[in-house]
Design a protein around this ligand. Structure first.
Ligand code: SF4
Ligand SMILES: [Zn+2]
Length: 263
């Protein structure tokens, strides 16, 4: 008897799913195959999301270098003009390529890979894409500390490069991926990544290999857990995972105990 299919023929690939797959196949299975709600809440992404939203809003109808405009946008959202957010915007402005020929912010992008097999669909959201000086420059805003020494080695940046490569090629532009570390000084930003044809072919091969491994795991119904304390300790499923090396108590809401007085 054939087993139930766990994944479609076209494997969905995103930066988050790739990261999770590399970290722990069981965690990937919980999130991307079963769609389980997380049993252990992580750190809040709220500030990072707010930074992305404000930078998008500031560029939509003005310049990040126009102090009055920045102040007005922040005020509209109840944010002080002399707080942490203002510092972030100022450090972004030091790095900003505007005015540019074209710019897109919070750009949803997808690219389909058909051959050679397996088929997969890569998707991502690019914080900002600037066209200037013969470049198609993908910018990724970071609010945490600098952890990547070489962007060229970062799987997230490699996926972004692969996603944007066909656009750069169509427009006849040189592709560049750059990180803006907006809590740090500009000199601390890692070297931008300008992938050549060999780099892009290597990324394509990496993604194919990963998609094939995920398909094999799905066909075999085999998503083993890593069961390592330093990985499980940050896992959003550590309290419900039988292989967890860092078990705990789920943080999701539980119904209150029955009140004995009700009986
Ligand atoms: S608790 Fe550990 S083994 Fe289980 S899914 Fe999370 S990382 Fe994987
Ligand atoms: Zn800007």
């Amino acid at each position: 008897m054939s087993r139930e299919r766990l994944l479609p023929d076209i494997v969905p690939i995103s930066a988050s799913s790739l990261e999770m797959w590399r970290r722990c196949p069981r965690e990937y299975f919980n999130k991307y195959v079963l769609g389980l709600p997380e049993s252990d809440s992580g750190s809040s992404p709220d500030f990072g999301n707010l930074v992305h939203a404000m930078l998008e809003r500031i560029h939509r109808d003005g310049s990040c270098r126009d102090d009055a405009h920045v102040e007005e946008v922040l005020a509209l959202h109840g944010i002080e003009s002399d707080g942490a957010m203002a510092g972030i915007v100022e450090r972004h402005a030091q790095r900003c390529p505007s005015p540019a020929e074209h710019a897109k912010h919070e750009l949803e992008i997808a690219r389909f890979h058909r051959l050679p097999p397996p088929m997969f669909m890569g998707t991502g959201r690019l914080d900002a894409v600037w066209q200037h000086d013969g470049l198609l420059e993908v910018r990724d805003y970071k609010t945490g500390s600098v952890v990547t020494e070489r962007i060229a080695d970062d799987p997230r940046a490699r996926l972004q490069a692969w996603l944007a490569a066909s656009i750069a090629e169509r427009l006849g532009l040189v592709l560049r991926v750059r990180y803006e570390h907006l809590a740090a000084e500009i000199d601390d930003d890692p070297e931008p990544f300008e992938p050549d044809a060999d780099d892009l072919e290597a990324i394509d091969e990496e993604l194919r290999t990963t998609a094939a491994a995920i398909q094999t795991a799905a066909a075999d119904h085999a998503f083993p857990g890593v069961a390592e304390a330093e990985v499980c300790g940050y896992c959003r499923y550590r309290s419900i995972c039988p292989e967890s090396a860092a078990p705990g108590v789920p943080t999701w809401p539980t119904p209150p105990d029955d009140d004995p007085d009700d009986e």
